[in-house]
Write a protein that binds this ligand. Structure first.
Ligand code: OFO
Length: 164
Protein backbone atom coordinates (compact mmCIF):
# COMPACT_ATOMS: atom_id res chain seq x y z
CA UNK A 1 0.00 0.00 0.00
CA UNK A 2 1.10 3.55 -0.67
CA UNK A 3 1.47 5.94 2.24
CA UNK A 4 -1.22 8.63 2.48
CA UNK A 5 1.08 11.52 1.44
CA UNK A 6 2.36 9.56 -1.55
CA UNK A 7 -1.14 8.52 -2.63
CA UNK A 8 -2.26 12.15 -2.43
CA UNK A 9 0.72 13.30 -4.51
CA UNK A 10 0.18 10.56 -7.11
CA UNK A 11 -3.49 11.52 -7.42
CA UNK A 12 -2.38 15.11 -7.96
CA UNK A 13 0.14 14.01 -10.60
CA UNK A 14 -2.62 12.12 -12.43
CA UNK A 15 -4.52 15.39 -12.42
CA UNK A 16 -1.50 17.30 -13.80
CA UNK A 17 -1.17 14.76 -16.60
CA UNK A 18 -4.88 15.02 -17.41
CA UNK A 19 -4.61 18.81 -17.42
CA UNK A 20 -1.62 18.51 -19.79
CA UNK A 21 -3.76 16.37 -22.05
CA UNK A 22 -6.54 18.99 -21.91
CA UNK A 23 -4.11 21.84 -22.55
CA UNK A 24 -2.67 20.19 -25.66
CA UNK A 25 -6.12 19.25 -26.90
CA UNK A 26 -7.11 22.90 -26.53
CA UNK A 27 -4.02 23.88 -28.54
CA UNK A 28 -5.04 21.27 -31.14
CA UNK A 29 -8.53 22.77 -31.36
CA UNK A 30 -7.02 26.24 -31.76
CA UNK A 31 -4.72 25.07 -34.60
CA UNK A 32 -7.59 23.14 -36.21
CA UNK A 33 -9.73 26.29 -36.25
CA UNK A 34 -6.88 28.12 -37.98
CA UNK A 35 -6.63 25.35 -40.59
CA UNK A 36 -3.18 24.23 -39.50
CA UNK A 37 -4.05 20.57 -39.49
CA UNK A 38 -0.42 19.43 -39.10
CA UNK A 39 0.13 21.47 -35.94
CA UNK A 40 -3.26 20.23 -34.73
CA UNK A 41 -2.26 16.62 -35.39
CA UNK A 42 0.96 17.03 -33.39
CA UNK A 43 -0.97 18.53 -30.48
CA UNK A 44 -3.58 15.75 -30.61
CA UNK A 45 -0.84 13.13 -30.41
CA UNK A 46 0.75 15.03 -27.53
CA UNK A 47 -2.61 15.16 -25.77
CA UNK A 48 -3.09 11.43 -26.17
CA UNK A 49 0.42 10.82 -24.84
CA UNK A 50 -0.44 12.77 -21.69
CA UNK A 51 -3.57 10.66 -21.15
CA UNK A 52 -1.31 7.60 -21.35
CA UNK A 53 0.97 9.13 -18.70
CA UNK A 54 -2.05 9.63 -16.44
CA UNK A 55 -3.14 6.03 -17.03
CA UNK A 56 0.34 4.73 -16.27
CA UNK A 57 0.09 6.37 -12.84
CA UNK A 58 -3.53 5.22 -12.45
CA UNK A 59 -2.52 1.61 -13.05
CA UNK A 60 0.48 1.93 -10.77
CA UNK A 61 -1.61 3.20 -7.85
CA UNK A 62 -3.96 0.22 -8.20
CA UNK A 63 -1.07 -2.20 -8.55
CA UNK A 64 0.04 -1.06 -5.10
CA UNK A 65 -3.35 -1.88 -3.59
CA UNK A 66 -4.52 1.74 -3.28
CA UNK A 67 -7.38 3.49 -5.07
CA UNK A 68 -7.18 6.52 -7.33
CA UNK A 69 -9.23 9.61 -6.52
CA UNK A 70 -9.86 11.68 -9.61
CA UNK A 71 -9.69 15.43 -9.08
CA UNK A 72 -11.38 18.17 -11.11
CA UNK A 73 -9.53 19.16 -14.29
CA UNK A 74 -9.11 22.92 -14.68
CA UNK A 75 -10.27 24.57 -17.90
CA UNK A 76 -7.29 25.17 -20.20
CA UNK A 77 -6.76 28.45 -22.06
CA UNK A 78 -8.47 28.66 -25.44
CA UNK A 79 -6.41 31.41 -27.09
CA UNK A 80 -2.73 31.05 -27.94
CA UNK A 81 -0.07 33.00 -29.79
CA UNK A 82 0.64 30.95 -32.87
CA UNK A 83 3.15 29.45 -33.48
CA UNK A 84 6.37 30.31 -31.55
CA UNK A 85 4.81 31.47 -28.29
CA UNK A 86 2.42 28.53 -28.28
CA UNK A 87 5.36 26.10 -28.40
CA UNK A 88 7.24 28.17 -25.83
CA UNK A 89 4.19 27.61 -23.64
CA UNK A 90 4.57 23.85 -24.24
CA UNK A 91 8.22 24.05 -23.10
CA UNK A 92 7.27 26.05 -20.03
CA UNK A 93 4.49 23.61 -19.18
CA UNK A 94 6.75 20.57 -19.58
CA UNK A 95 9.34 22.18 -17.30
CA UNK A 96 6.61 22.64 -14.69
CA UNK A 97 5.65 18.97 -15.05
CA UNK A 98 9.30 17.94 -14.71
CA UNK A 99 9.35 19.92 -11.47
CA UNK A 100 6.30 18.12 -10.09
CA UNK A 101 7.78 14.72 -11.03
CA UNK A 102 10.98 15.68 -9.19
CA UNK A 103 8.96 16.64 -6.08
CA UNK A 104 7.12 13.33 -6.29
CA UNK A 105 10.43 11.48 -6.48
CA UNK A 106 11.74 13.36 -3.46
CA UNK A 107 8.62 12.39 -1.56
CA UNK A 108 9.04 8.73 -2.55
CA UNK A 109 12.57 8.88 -1.09
CA UNK A 110 11.26 10.49 2.10
CA UNK A 111 8.60 7.81 2.42
CA UNK A 112 11.14 5.02 1.78
CA UNK A 113 9.01 3.82 -1.12
CA UNK A 114 11.44 2.12 -3.49
CA UNK A 115 8.93 0.78 -6.06
CA UNK A 116 7.58 4.31 -6.57
CA UNK A 117 11.11 5.61 -7.06
CA UNK A 118 11.72 2.97 -9.74
CA UNK A 119 8.37 3.71 -11.44
CA UNK A 120 9.11 7.46 -11.46
CA UNK A 121 12.45 6.95 -13.18
CA UNK A 122 10.50 6.25 -16.37
CA UNK A 123 8.82 9.65 -16.02
CA UNK A 124 12.11 11.43 -15.31
CA UNK A 125 13.58 10.02 -18.55
CA UNK A 126 10.39 10.82 -20.45
CA UNK A 127 10.47 14.45 -19.27
CA UNK A 128 14.00 14.91 -20.62
CA UNK A 129 12.71 13.70 -24.00
CA UNK A 130 9.57 15.86 -23.89
CA UNK A 131 11.46 19.03 -23.03
CA UNK A 132 14.06 18.32 -25.72
CA UNK A 133 11.39 17.78 -28.40
CA UNK A 134 9.48 20.95 -27.51
CA UNK A 135 12.66 23.07 -27.33
CA UNK A 136 13.68 21.66 -30.73
CA UNK A 137 10.39 22.74 -32.30
CA UNK A 138 10.70 26.25 -30.81
CA UNK A 139 14.22 26.52 -32.25
CA UNK A 140 13.05 25.33 -35.68
CA UNK A 141 10.14 27.75 -35.67
CA UNK A 142 12.43 30.63 -34.77
CA UNK A 143 14.80 29.61 -37.51
CA UNK A 144 12.21 29.45 -40.29
CA UNK A 145 10.61 32.74 -39.23
CA UNK A 146 7.06 33.66 -40.11
CA UNK A 147 7.00 33.31 -43.87
CA UNK A 148 3.80 31.49 -44.92
CA UNK A 149 5.77 28.92 -46.94
CA UNK A 150 7.93 28.01 -43.95
CA UNK A 151 4.93 27.71 -41.67
CA UNK A 152 3.20 25.47 -44.21
CA UNK A 153 6.33 23.29 -44.34
CA UNK A 154 6.41 23.03 -40.56
CA UNK A 155 2.71 22.19 -40.63
CA UNK A 156 3.41 19.30 -42.98
CA UNK A 157 6.38 18.12 -40.91
CA UNK A 158 4.54 18.18 -37.58
CA UNK A 159 1.49 16.57 -39.17
CA UNK A 160 3.53 13.44 -39.84
CA UNK A 161 3.52 12.58 -36.13
CA UNK A 162 1.50 9.41 -35.69
CA UNK A 163 2.37 8.31 -32.18
CA UNK A 164 0.89 9.64 -29.03
FE1 OFO B 1 4.33 15.93 -21.09
O1 OFO B 1 4.49 15.08 -19.51
FE2 OFO B 1 3.42 13.82 -19.02
O2 OFO B 1 4.58 13.27 -17.76
Amino acid sequence: MLTAPLLKALNEQINHEMFSSYLYLSMAAYCEAKNFSGFAQWMRMQSSEETKHAMKLYEYVHSRGSAVTLLAIAQPPTEFHFPVKMFEQVVEHERKISGSITKLYELAIKENDYPTQVMLQWFITEQVEEEKTAVGIVEQLKMVGDSPVSIMMMDRQLGARSNG
